[in-house]
Design a protein around this ligand. Structure first.
Ligand SMILES: Cc1cc2nc3c(=O)[nH]c(=O)nc-3n(C[C@H](O)[C@H](O)[C@H](O)COP(=O)(O)OP(=O)(O)OC[C@H]3O[C@@H](n4cnc5c(N)ncnc54)[C@H](O)[C@@H]3O)c2cc1C
Length: 564
């Protein structure tokens, strides 16, 4: 019988709420559900909200009775915030988080590289915002519990799975014993040690790295800005790397690499932690300041992914699908994009507006994203923790040269997580004018935000389904008629007319573009140009001029994956 911990987890700054387990005896017979999600971490919770946004009810099974232990993922990117905005929790993250955009790399006491993440007046969110994962999960839980289409079942652990032609049978263990649950689709977001991956005997592909890091969260009052700090080869930890991040509530994350051969038990011994953190504080000129430990763990970098995120009726996402190094803040940030990419597709499939084969593009796009991230993260990881003598020689040469030679300093760049562009997606329109545009978001790219007013941005107006952005003074009559036909068939599709502040026929939303900002960011030169965005806001078609025939072809391709 599954017995999750009922004692609140320990933390000096976060108050853990222990939720009541969901018990089948209090609810009666279980119908077959459209979607069951296994795992209520940040990715599973976001997936539930995404599905709900697309009108799909779901049951979310979470093994524990409380949110995750320790701060874990602490840096969330702008794209994550744009996704969290759509599921309604970005405001709370903004309210509690610490935004930032600079990173500093130090070697031999000298700052050798200052990373500056681009920030544009047209973006609503900062490039990065720091917040402990427990807070983010709490905000997502609150949003899930408030949503009538989501049933969050605490203390429910998936222990068995049998897949059939059109559904899956899930065995669930609870504090009062097991029950079974049928679902048309099972979403596996049960984390790095995914039991569902094991039940289906699936193997991850990729590499694991030798270097181990201690991750320690301490409370200390340091008069330093919210900027990332990286120290290479510091005197107290020769040949190794140390990272520091400020978190809300005077918590600081200190990540330090362990000397070769040291075990996690040795590393987490209180004397060892104390000596090393004191040494690091000494290094930054704050030795002797009082601090207290909140949470610590040992971490090693892995760059692994499943080769296919659809296995029968089961769809993988988040850490259950891929394991990515924390350098470059890739874990949770990548998972949000998985959740967003799956949500709208399942929405269309469950409402009968798209064939199941559309899911092939989910796997193709997100496995492609994982491999791109693995490639980039591998470079950062090899720089942080050189895996062989050759890599170390090269890394050390860069470090030494960087003291005097500016040209090598960009090699320190951290390659922060960025959204994958689905350039090769089968959903990108085959007959549009993508190649004719000289700038602006191309096939498969995420959207470019645009400031419209003091607290008003273009992305605030997108939502829920496909968005057709028409630049100019009006929407052509044949396009209006085509849009109406799709709407009548039940497709969520909205027309945004950009450049026309007042109401116009056939436009659901009219937005002014007085300074031409939208045209500049979207690479539009003439009236009549248009973009079609999928419900996850990625571009699937763009035209210099649009007519009903071209729009129909693009929408058919984006909802089936088949070129029309
Ligand atoms: C020690 C540690 C430190 C980390 N530090 C960082 C960091 O600094 N930066 C960063 O970007 N990322 C970090 N990560 C990674 C980040 O936390 C993950 O990428 C992120 O949590 C992935 O979210 P997820 O929802 O896919 O998985 P998880 O957060 O692992 O959530 C999985 C959920 O599934 C539940 N579950 C598991 N099995 C079952 C089951 N059989 N049935 C039902 N529920 C189940 C679990 O209880 C959990 O709530 C860290 C991870 C760890 C473990």
């Amino acid at each position: 019988m599954h017995q999750p911990a009922t004692e609140p987890r320990r933390s000096i700054y976060y108050h853990y709420q222990v939720h009541q387990p969901w018990l089948v005896s209090q609810h009666g017979p279980q119908p077959r559900h459209k979607v069951v999600i296994a795992g209520g971490g940040p990715v599973g919770l976001t997936a539930a909200l995404e599905l709900a946004r697309h009108g799909v009810p779901c049951v979310l099974l979470e093994s524990e009775l409380q949110v995750s232990e320790g701060s874990r993922a602490i840096v969330f990117t702008r794209r994550s915030m744009e996704i969290l905005q759509q599921v309604g929790v970005a405001d709370r993250v903004t309210q509690h988080g610490l935004p930032w955009r600079f990173g500093n790399s130090f070697y031999r006491g000298q700052r050798v590289f200052r990373m500056e993440a681009p920030q544009d007046d047209n973006d609503r969110f900062w490039p990065m915002i720091n917040l402990q994962q427990q807070f983010l999960e709490e905000f997502l839980v609150d949003a899930c519990e408030a949503h009538p289409l989501i049933e969050l079942r605490w203390g429910n652990r998936v222990t068995g799975l049998v897949q059939h032609e059109g559904h899956a049978v899930v065995e669930v263990d609870t504090p009062e014993g097991p029950y079974t649950l049928e679902a048309e689709w099972l979403v596996a977001s049960d984390g790095a040690r995914s039991g569902i991956r094991a039940l289906l005997d699936l193997k991850l592909e990729g590499a694991s790295y030798e270097g181990r890091f201690v991750i320690a969260d301490i409370r200390i009052d340091l008069p330093l800005p919210t900027e990332r700090l990286a120290f290479f080869d510091p005197e107290w930890n020769p040949r190794n790397t140390v990272l520091m991040h400020r978190e809300p509530l005077n918590i600081w994350r200190v990540d330090y690499q362990l000397p070769e051969g040291e075990t996690p038990e040795e590393a987490l011994a209180p004397e060892s932690l104390k000596a090393r953190i004191n040494a690091q504080l000494e290094l930054i000129g704050h030795g002797g300041k009082p601090w207290e430990m909140d949470w610590c763990s040992v971490y090693s970098a892995r760059t692994l992914t499943l080769p296919d995120y659809r296995v029968g009726r089961t769809l993988f996402m988040g850490d259950a699908a891929h394991l990515l190094p924390i350098f470059g803040v890739r874990g949770a940030n990548t998972g949000f994009q998985d959740a967003q990419a799956l949500g709208w597709r399942l929405g269309l499939i469950c409402s009968g507006q798209a064939p199941e084969s559309l899911l092939a593009s989910y796997s193709q796009e997100r496995v492609g994203a994982a491999w791109e991230i693995i490639d980039e993260a591998g470079k950062s990881t090899r720089f942080m923790t050189p895996p062989s003598r050759g890599f170390r020689l090269l890394r050390d040469a860069v470090l030494s040269l960087s003291l005097t030679e500016a040209f090598v300093r960009p090699l320190y760049h951290w390659r922060t997580s960025r959204p994958h562009e689905y350039t090769e997606s089968k959903l990108n329109s085959a007959g549009d004018d993508n190649a004719l545009f000289q700038s602006g978001p191309a096939h498969g790219a995420p959207p470019a935000n645009v400031r419209i007013g003091a607290d008003d941005f273009l992305l605030d107006h997108l939502g829920g389904g496909f968005d057709l952005l028409v630049f100019g003074q009006g929407v052509p009559a044949d396009v209006q008629a085509a849009v109406q036909t799709w709407k009548d068939k039940g497709l969520r599709l909205r027309v945004l007319l950009i450049g026309q502040g007042s109401a116009a026929e056939g436009a659901d939303v009219c937005l002014p573009d007085n300074e031409g900002r939208a045209r500049a960011r979207w690479g539009v030169r003439t009236d009549g140009a248009a973009y079609l965005l999928r419900p996850d806001q990625h571009v699937c078609a763009r035209w210099m001029t649009l007519d009903a025939h071209r729009l129909n072809a693009a929408l058919k391709q984006a909802t089936t994956g088949v070129v029309q």
